[in-house]
Design a binder for this molecule. Structure first.
Ligand SMILES: [Zn+2]
Length: 529
């Protein structure tokens, strides 16, 4: 996703706390499928729905559970056809199954409900042209404001949408459309089927008067866009290189995980939201002309990182946002020379340096429980920098082999940061635990102070590198480059202490001494010479 504004956090010292986010998990049950039927109308912002949920028992046995559901009134709850008593309070719908179910059995739950859309989870209103539109907006845990669910990314499921709406609206949703049926009363029923398990935050449908562009494909993947008719020209500018982006990411990461890719203009609260194969973009991104491509590559990269390989825990959000941010830069640097990766990374570094909490908070930050505030330069830009530094450390070949291994092994699954570390370690043949720890669990970055002098008596350059940051030392390899007129000498040094000294013999005094001039390490350097 692309956030609209940077949130500022309170400064405080980082203390390692819990290992998982605070969502109360139900280890005995696993939702495998949602079938969500929703009726929309033009007269009001009320919706009525029936959601059928397949829950597989994965514990020894289970006789009850709860679902997240907020702001909706439940009309009935049935299990395998029988009406079942329930309690519904504080966003939690709790019930017993009526009997005990054993491991591997599936409980078929049906919840009928109604309520009024209040812009949380489902947004009904007018677009900027004054036309009525309906869009879901689930991130991070607002799916449960319009359908009962285990509304946490650790429980992914397949999903069917059966949307009944006035017939002038085109409905788009995750997956493939398998039915459009005109009903006698001026309504239309549209059914979309998503056969790949996705997180609830990424489940989405939209209904509006769309102009639809289709008939494009890349590597056999159908590409389309659904936009407000007056924004068709802007959409052409914004989305015309989708095929190139898909090809680039498939080559770098692995096969595209879904059956289609659609871009959708919407009234999402975010600048954009990567909803699985059905990416929503804010209508504010479609003017004035010419419009930029941002954040299209970022959202497409999320189809691999987020929608297919999904963090099991919100504290590991960098596995989504850091990857999407880095692969966005990789696409532009690869495709749009003279745009260079070094310059894009320098821009990311500036955003990290400008973010006050980056000095005191780590990327993986269990103490930060407000999910909206996790949309910050630590999960985005510092996550991207983490990947860039890792690539600098292990080299291109091992880095991209590790990326493909991580994706290939975890396609469709939930992951933790350690899953990524294990893939990179096996590709690089290195123990990367210290590197992961210092950059993901420790705040800030190295603030190097570089001092050097020419020792004429010994014919050597005396070099001293200090780490000035107050937040803990970093252990990093760095390129040290000595320039002698047009000749350069590069040495790889390792800086792990607060005060490191080197003596390098040389025939004459160097004209300059630099560390990491190609920008492989997130750092600041001050010099005294
Ligand atoms: Zn994102």
């Amino acid at each position: 996703m692309k956030r609209t504004a940077v949130c500022i956090l309170f400064l405080s010292l980082y203390v390692v706390s819990g290992l998982a986010d605070s969502y109360p998990r139900q280890p005995d049950v696993d939702v495998t499928h949602y079938e969500i039927s929703i009726s929309l109308n033009d007269g009001s912002n009320s919706i009525s729905g029936t959601t059928r949920i397949d829950v597989r028992i994965r514990g020894e046995s289970s006789s009850g559970m709860w679902l997240d559901l907020a702001g909706m009134q439940v009309d009935h709850l049935r299990i395998d056809g029988d009406e079942i008593p329930f309690t519904h309070s504080n966003g939690r719908l709790s019930f017993r199954f009526g009997r005990e179910y054993g491991r591997g059995e599936t409980v078929g739950i049906e919840v009928r409900y109604h309520g009024t859309a209040n812009n949380t989870g489902i947004r009904i209103g007018e677009n900027r042209y004054g036309r009525r539109v309906f869009f879901t907006d689930n991130w991070p845990d607002f799916a449960s404001h319009w359908f009962p669910s285990i509304d946490h990314p650790s429980d992914k499921a397949t999903v069917d949408f059966i949307i009944t709406a006035p017939r002038q609206y085109t409905v788009v949703a995750n997956g493939r459309r398998i039915l459009t049926e005109f009903l006698p009363n001026g309504f239309k029923k549209t059914r979309w089927v998503e056969n790949t398990a996705i997180p609830t935050y990424s489940m989405a449908f939209g209904a509006a008067e769309f102009s639809v562009t289709s008939g494009i494909e890349a590597l056999g993947i159908p590409i389309s866009w659904y936009v407000f008719p007056r924004d068709a020209a802007a959409a052409e500018q914004k989305f015309r290189r989708t095929d190139r982006m898909l090809r680039y990411f498939c080559e770098r990461i692995g096969p595209y995980p879904f059956e289609k890719l659609a871009h959708v203009e919407s009234n999402t609260q975010m600048a954009a939201m990567e909803n699985a194969n059905t990416i929503f973009y804010s209508e504010t991104l479609f003017y004035p002309l010419p419009v930029s491509e941002d954040p299209v590559p970022h959202e497409i990269a999320h189809q691999w990182f987020g929608n297919s390989v999904t963090p099991a825990d919100w504290d590991h959000l960098w596995l989504n946002e850091g990857f999407a941010t880095y692969f966005d830069a990789l696409f532009y640097a690869q495709t749009d020379a003279p745009v260079s990766l070094e310059k894009l990374m320098a821009k990311y570094a500036d955003r990290i340096f400008a973010y006050p909490a980056a000095r005191s908070r780590p990327v993986i930050d269990p103490r930060l429980t407000d999910l909206m505030k996790k949309l910050n330069p630590l999960n985005y830009e510092k996550g991207a920098w983490f990947l860039h530094m890792l690539r600098g450390l292990v080299g291109d070949e091992a880095f991209f082999e590790g990326i493909r291994h991580y994706y290939g092994l975890n396609t469709g699954k939930n992951v933790w940061t350690k899953d990524f570390r294990e893939s990179m370690e096996s590709a690089a043949g290195l123990d990367l635990s210290a590197f992961f720890r210092q950059w993901l669990h420790q705040p800030a970055w190295p603030e190097y102070r570089l001092e050097w002098d020419w020792n004429d008596k010994d014919r050597a350059v005396e070099i001293r590198i200090l780490q000035m940051q107050q937040t803990g030392l970093f252990d990093m390899p760095l390129d040290l480059v000595l320039s002698f007129g047009s000749r350069e000498e590069t040495r790889r040094i390792r800086i792990k202490d607060g005060d490191s000294r080197f003596r390098i013999p040389a025939p004459s005094p160097p004209s300059s001494v630099e560390i990491d001039p190609d920008g492989w390490v997130l750092k600041t350097v001050s010099t005294a010479n």
